[in-house]
Structures are given as structure tokens and as C-alpha cells.
Design a protein around this ligand. Structure first.
Ligand code: PMV
Length: 318
């Protein structure tokens, strides 16, 4: 018997970085993600063509890129009290280190598929908790927003340490996602923001408070289909994140190209910044045109409708 799990990647619509300091952020699962295949085995092995190849958990030489997944599977086995191993293969269509949640979607898919191969369908709260052991290796002090979006799907208002609040849209919304093609390290960008905060404590705190209000306002605008208002909030956050020093020229080039189209209502970097991706909210009829316009300056651009479902599992009997 083979067990499978698919977990989506995510975009942060607003509130990244400030969410680490207690602000409420708005995130959503996207239409790309990671599939994990797992089957019971005497030892535990991980294989990923996109990451570093292969790891055997009974040896000490686990490639750096596979260490988070290894930690997540170890946590699953401990949680289930299982001695048996799993043979795990993961495959992702999310670019690595790009702010679209590739590490969290890999961890979520790995956790759900491994547990299922060992005979357990985990409740979502357990998937989140166990996948966080991988995220802690990647981000050191993650807020948990990526894992929550990947596990639960949909749109979520997320505040660190609280259960996420689902946001139900009345109509689908489409975002353009455009990649700079520049890989970056989330932990280094979190450190940059920490230093900015240290130098500007009261200003930073007021931005944390505003983020909570604006994330809720953005969620409400998306529910009501008021894309103009939601776009304006995206622009506010992009300016603010650039001010914190987490934008780069490749991001600015995409944002500028996007906003030169009258159909684009708002554009911002998504995730930690320093490279990665830009999200663009457009008038519904202008989505394809904007995607095409930004693809001239981006390394890739695609359209994601929202909402998308969270982690899914299934089995295939051999
Ligand atoms: O790794 P990324 O690019 O998806 O960034 C995660 C969002 C941050 O707010 C920067 C960090 C966090 O843990 O919330």
C-alpha cells in the first residue's frame, strides 16, 4: 500500500514580518504545491529530486536541504510511537526558497503521507504541530503562518499562537504571482527586520498594530469583492516592506511593470522578500494581460485563483 499527500504552497497577502511580532496577517493557499508518496519500510529514507537527492535516516550524513523533512518524519514516528520506517518520495512544483512556502508544503505533505503509510490519518492540528518541527529548522523562529496555510487551505487570518480564522470568499479572486528567480534565506531577512525594529521600536510597534487592522480590512475587502481597496492595502504593505529593507531591484522592477498596467490594482513582495515572488491583484478582466506584461521582467509568472484546498491524503492499494 502506498500513501499520498498533497499540500499547497501559499502567498502572504499582507502582514509578513510583522506577524512574527504578534500582528495578524492574511495568507492563502495557492494552486501549486508538493506531493509526497510514502510506504512502510524497515528503515526511513527520503528522496527528493528537487532538493538534495537522497537521505537515509539511519546514517548521520543527511543532506542539509533534507534535514527539515527528516526532523518532521522523526516527530511523526515519535508521536505515533512507531518503530517501523517509511520510504518517502517528495516532489514539488514550488521553487525552493522563493516565499511560496515550498519548505512548509513539503513538511506538511511529508507528515501527512508518512503518518498515513504508518496507518494513521492525522487530525489537522497534529499535522500543523508536527510539520512545525521542520519549519523550526528552516526559519529558527517561524510564526507558523506557512504551515497553517498549507495545512488548512483557503484564506486565513493568522495571529501567532492563536487558531487561524478562515476567511470565506463569496466569489473566487485571482492573483498573478511573478518570480524574481532570486533565491533567498528567510532567517537572514527576519534578522534584518529585527535590527530595523531595534533601531525604531515605537515606529515598528505602530506598524505591527496597523498591520492587524489592515489585514482584517483587506480580508473584508476581498470578501466584498472590493479589489480596489484590497489593492491599495497591498501597495501600502509593499512600500512599508521596502522601507524595512527587504525588497531588491528585481522585486521593484516587477512591481513597477505590474503597476504600469491600468488593470493592476496593487502589487507587493510576498513572504520574507530579498528575492522570491511578487503578488499582483488586478481587475478580473485584466489578469491575463498583467500576467503577460510582468512575465517580460519576471523569470516566471502564473495566475492562482483563490481559494484552494489544504492538505489532501489518499491511498493506492498495490
Ligand atoms: O519563508 P517565507 O518567505 O514564506 O516567509 C515567511 C513569512 C515571515 O513573516 C517573513 C516569517 C514567518 O515565520 O512568519
Amino acid at each position: 500500500m502506498k500513501a499520498y499527500a498533497y499540500a499547497p504552497g501559499k502567498i502572504i497577502i499582507c502582514g509578513e514580518h510583522f506577524v512574527v511580532y504578534g500582528a495578524t496577517a492574511l495568507a492563502a493557499a495557492i494552486n501549486r504545491g508538493t506531493t509526497a508518496e510514502a510506504e512502510p519500510s524497515p528503515t526511513t529514507t527520503i528522496y527528493s529530486k528537487d532538493l538534495a537527492g537522497k537521505a537515509d535516516l539511519s546514517t548521520s550524513s543527511i543532506p542539509e536541504k533534507l534535514k527539515p523533512i527528516a526532523a518532521a518524519i522523526t516527530a511523526v514516528k515519535e508521536h505515533l510511537g512507531e518503530k517501523k520506517g517509511v520510504k518517502l518520495t517528495i516532489q514539488s512544483d514550488l521553487p525552493y526558497r522563493s516565499g511560496l512556502g515550498s519548505s512548509s508544503s513539503s513538511a506538511v505533505a511529508a507528515v501527512a503521507a508518512s503518518a498515513l503509510a504508518l496507518g494513521h490519518k492525522l487530525p489537522l492540528d497534529d499535522v500543523v504541530r508536527l510539520a512545525m518541527s521542520a519549519e523550526r529548522i528552516v526559519h529558527k523562529n517561524p510564526s507558523g503562518i506557512d504551515v497553517q496555510a498549507s495545512t488548512r487551505g483557503g484564506l486565513l487570518l493568522f495571529t501567532k499562537g492563536s487558531q487561524p480564522e478562515p476567511v470565506e470568499l463569496k466569489r473566487k479572486v485571482r492573483f498573478v504571482v511573478a518570480s524574481t528567480g532570486v533565491e533567498r534565506e528567510t532567517s537572514a531577512l527576519i534578522e534584518r527586520v529585527r535590527l530595523w525594529r531595534e533601531q525604531n521600536p515605537s515606529l515598528f510597534n505602530s506598524l505591527v498594530d496597523s498591520t492587524t487592522i489592515l489585514s482584517r480590512c483587506c480580508a473584508e475587502a476581498l470578501i466584498l469583492g472590493d479589489l480596489k481597496r484590497a489593492g491599495a492595502i497591498l501597495n501600502f504593505f509593499h512600500t512599508t516592506l521596502s522601507w524595512l529593507g527587504v525588497s531588491i531591484k528585481e522585486i521593484e522592477r516587477i512591481v513597477e511593470a505590474a503597476l504600469s498596467s491600468p488593470s493592476a490594482l496593487g502589487a507587493k513582495l510576498t513572504g520574507a522578500g530579498g528575492g522570491g515572488n511578487v503578488i499582483i491583484l488586478c481587475s478580473e478582466e485584466g489578469v491575463e494581460g498583467v500576467a503577460e506584461a510582468v512575465s517580460r521582467v519576471a523569470s516566471e509568472a502564473f495566475v492562482t485563483p483563490l481559494p484552494n484546498s489544504g492538505v489532501k491524503t489518499w491511498v493506492q492499494k498495490s
